[in-house]
Design a protein around this ligand. Structure first.
Ligand code: ZN
Length: 178
């Protein structure tokens, strides 16, 4: 694993999500400040639950920005793009395959079963756009070019979230309940 999760990473992600990140095995992408933005979750949670969303967005700033785009009615537009724009359609299909290969390598390494999530990636891939958080997480983890819709979303929310511009608000020492 390129960037295994440390105790501090897990503590910070717990604050970002407001819950313990079950099955988190690594940090997939970090802000310039070093805080996790997206994490890698194993294909089977410790209790055996199948978990297809391998690249999981944790940055509250990114989650909020992606939610705004989802709420403004863009989802149908993005689905039209992946279904009718030939170039984007092909890149979206490749993003789906890349996701499956990435997870399979992880599953083999960790000894996790993919029996219940075989062929399932995330975010609605490969034919629809259902969750921008998952697609943005793939772009953050695998880099620009990995997912065409993730790339579009990242560019669109740049004023509110950019991995190269720290706008993080989550800290480990803020008082509980704040
Ligand atoms: Zn930051």
């Amino acid at each position: 694993m390129a960037d295994p999760a440390t105790e501090d990473d897990i503590a910070l992600v717990t604050k970002q999500l407001g819950r313990f990140p079950r099955g988190m095995v690594a940090v997939g992408a970090r802000c310039v400040c070093g805080r996790p933005l997206a994490v890698i979750t194993r294909p089977q949670l410790p209790d055996g639950t199948p978990f297809p969303t391998t690249c999981y967005l944790t940055s509250p700033e990114a989650v909020k920005a992606a939610s705004h785009v989802e709420a403004d009615g863009s989802m149908q537009h993005y689905t039209d793009l992946v279904q009718h724009d030939e170039a984007i359609h092909e890149r979206y299909e490749r993003a789906h395959q890349l996701y499956l290969v990435f997870r399979h390598e992880l599953a083999v390494r960790l000894g996790d079963s993919e029996e219940h999530i075989a062929g399932t990636s995330a975010g609605g891939m490969p034919v629809r756009v259902k969750c921008l958080h998952a697609l943005l997480a793939q772009t953050l983890v695998m880099g620009e070019g990995a997912n065409p819709i993730g790339d579009i979303v990242m560019e669109r929310i740049a004023a509110d979230f950019d991995p190269k511009v720290c706008r993080c608000t989550t800290t480990l020492d803020e008082p509980a309940g704040k």
